[in-house]
Design a protein around this ligand. Sequence first.
Ligand code: URA
Length: 239
Amino acid sequence: MDRIDKIIASQSTNSRKEAQRLIKSGAVFINGEVCKKTDHKVDTEKDVIKVNGQVLNYSKHIYIMMNKPGGVVSATEDKLDKTVLDILPDNMKRNGLFPAGRLDKDTEGLLIITNDGEFAHRMLSPKKHVEKKYIAELDDEITESVIGKFEEGVVFSDGTKCMPAKLELYKNSKKTGLVTICEGKFHQVKKMFAVCGINVVHLKRISIGNLYLDSKLPIGCCKLLTNLDKELIFIGNIH
Ligand code: URA
């Protein structure tokens, strides 16, 4: 059981104060009866809560797939640029959301936005070995030697050693790599190619674990993950 003001604030971008104002204004109904008590306790499993006539479908955690466009930053706030939270549709916005892992401003593709810290940690920790796949368009050709360096674990100029990574030609194009990594160092894919003397001209993440970016999801759009989608992130390689 939780306070109604807390529940309402947690499901929206309202502050607790704003939720309290809403309750006092008579906009909140519980099981068909108006509720003006801000500390009224509700059972989110059983009680039907309506706010402004709309049923509140309570969920503690929310998991969003975004097809991130270039030009927005993977942060919760930024003084200069639009963030991935700024471009969420209004019905998915709520307090406590953050991007689970960063894509560079110019990187596109699969980004998960959630308010579940434990889930994000499980997905991102290199120890958990969740594979992330990227398509990298390059300014030079991939050679056997580059593939070998990725396989051994690329070493950055500051001595940082990456975990072994897989590099394949994407659709047989020597200038497009399909890169699979299990970690997320800053600018990792770009730096791995840079060590090999190759520039990444376009980068897109296409999968996390076995969850693939929905090919029908337009750039800049979002959808909620199903329970199966969430499981796909963590189940062993089936591809
Ligand atoms: N590697 C990069 O270099 N950039 C990203 O955005 C993600 C992985």
